[in-house]
Design a protein around this ligand. Structure first.
Ligand code: FAD
Ligand code: NAI
Length: 328
């Protein structure tokens, strides 16, 4: 009997590691507290359609990731998004076109992790509370008191504050994870019956509670009947207003949106708010992965590299590479 490898977290980092291990012929089992995959790349199903409330798009700069994205494009999971970009600074809105290639999942961001789930076993709605070692192998204890295992090795692919607790068996790794601050983001989605009279499809914002504005419906493959928008607040505003009610957050950010967008903004017929507590690491690291190869415990995620989709994917690859290297 081969003892499988456990991966906690079915975001892009965990699924990247799972793919690499599967390609090397290893048996992997994933666990995620959510109902579905994707983590911060998930899309929220709503009456206004599937909305990308977390990652908005991603860029590919590392050669390995460029090749991977090409493969996803061949699979039909991603397409290029070419938004009409604007910049809002010092109260001025101006077009801000550029040559950057930006990718999105189609027909929604979660299509990518959905695609990567093929042929891997995931226990959804299973929040792991503890990773502990028996005589020879690892076991996972979930918050319902169920134990899962045995596992030969464990990869922890969750945001740093959540990883800290799960890394208790490797105090050095736990201390490194504990040192990573992650900042929150309030996200809201709005839907308008009548299309707003602006060509804007994305806007980088400075000097406002808002940080970013996107016309969700302008992304390829979306067929929402409303003119849907996703707005992100800055980390600073999100921190200061962390406990505000969803209604108050929608009112505040809608006001800032109406101020910057440069056209009349009627009352939306649809709105929702989502609070990402661990949206982005405060800084970037060059760890790739955190590993205690002798113990067989690894951590990966965007916080081990850049706080972006690309960094998360590369970190998952690195965790798998280090694990496989130690098996040789
Ligand atoms: P996650 O996606 O957080 O995955 C971790 C998974 O672990 C989750 O599914 C979670 O449910 C699960 N989990 C956590 N704890 C447990 C537990 N105890 N037991 C079981 N499961 C657990 N990046 C870009 O490149 N471009 C962007 O435009 C962009 N915009 C963003 C906007 C927002 C609002 C946010 C929040 C993020 C954005 N990002 C963007 C960042 C990007 O989404 C992340 O870098 C990336 O998705 C992180 O992937 P990950 O796998 O490391 O972590
Ligand atoms: P990118 O190259 O498009 O953007 C990087 C940054 O460059 C932008 O944040 C913006 O400040 C600036 N920029 C890029 N193009 C611009 C233009 N045409 N006009 C004006 N400014 C422009 O993408 P990259 O490097 O892949 O970054 C991903 C994006 O994800 C960033 O915008 C980042 O802020 C965002 N992000 C948001 C998180 C959140 O929690 N809200 C978490 C992680 C990433």
């Amino acid at each position: 009997m081969t003892v499988p490898i456990a991966i906690i977290g079915a975001g892009i980092a965990g699924l990247s590691a799972a793919q690499a291990l599967k390609n090397a012929g290893k048996d992997v089992r994933l666990f995620d507290k959510g109902h579905g995959s994707g983590g911060r790349m998930a899309s929220k199903r709503s009456e206004a359609g599937a909305l990308d409330l977390g990652a908005q798009y991603f860029t590919a700069r590392d050669r390995r990731f460029v090749e991977q994205v090409q493969h996803w494009q061949d699979e039909g999971w991603v397409a290029e998004w070419k938004p009409q970009l604007y910049n809002y600074r010092e109260g001025q809105l101006s077009p801000s076109p550029d040559e950057q290639t930006r990718w999105v999942g189609v027909p929604r961001m979660s299509a990518i992790t959905r695609g990567l789930l093929k042929d891997v076993t995931v226990n959804f709605s299973c929040r792991i509370a503890e990773v502990y070692r028996g005589q020879h192998y690892w076991h996972l204890q979930d918050t319902d008191g169920c134990s899962h295992g045995p596992f030969s090795r464990v990869i922890i692919a969750v945001p740093a504050p959540q990883a800290t607790q799960l890394l208790a068996a490797a105090p050095k790794l736990a201390a490194a994870a504990a040192g990573v601050q992650m900042e929150p983001t309030w996200a809201i989605a709005l839907g308008f019956e009548k299309t707003l009279e602006t060509p804007m499809q994305g806007c980088f914002v400075q000097g406002s509670a808002l940080d970013w504005v996107a016309r969700n419906r302008s992304k390829p493959g979306r067929d929402e009947h409303l003119d849907t928008w996703v707005l992100h607040a800055t980390s600073q505003w999100s921190k200061t207003h962390i406990d505000l009610s969803k209604e108050a957050v929608i009112q505040a950010l809608l006001g800032d949106f109406a101020e910057l967008v440069g056209c009349a903004v009627p009352a939306p017929s649809f709105s929702l708010a989502h609070r990402w507590l661990y949206a982005r690491p405060a800084g970037s690291h060059e760890w790739g992965t955190l590993a205690d190869a002798d113990l067989g415990l690894y951590a990966c995620g965007d916080w081990c590299l850049s706080g972006r989709v690309e960094g998360a994917w590369l970190s998952g690859q690195e965790a798998a590479r280090r694990l496989l290297e130690h098996l040789e």
